[in-house]
Write a protein that binds this ligand. Structure first.
Ligand SMILES: [Zn+2]
Length: 70
């Protein structure tokens, strides 16, 4: 039976069938809805964190360093 570790509490969540990307599974232990973000190996993550990862690249510009007086 496939299973994956809950990112919130490390509990193993057993799945009734092979998961697909984007499936939502429920952790009984910490009562969280989790999204399947990888299937081989199976990884779970909180669904609402996806957008934050996409924005990370834009934050690498450090605007404070542009204050040089030349
Ligand atoms: Zn959990």
């Amino acid at each position: 039976m496939p299973y994956a570790a809950c990112p919130g509490c490390d509990q193993n969540i057993f799945l009734r069938r092979a998961p697909k990307l984007g499936d939502i599974v429920y952790c009984d232990n910490c009562e969280a809805d989790l999204e399947v973000v990888n299937v081989n190996p199976i990884e779970l993550d909180w669904p609402w964190e996806e957008d934050e990862y996409e924005d990370d690249e834009e934050f690498e510009e450090d605007e404070e360093d542009w204050d040089d007086d030349l």
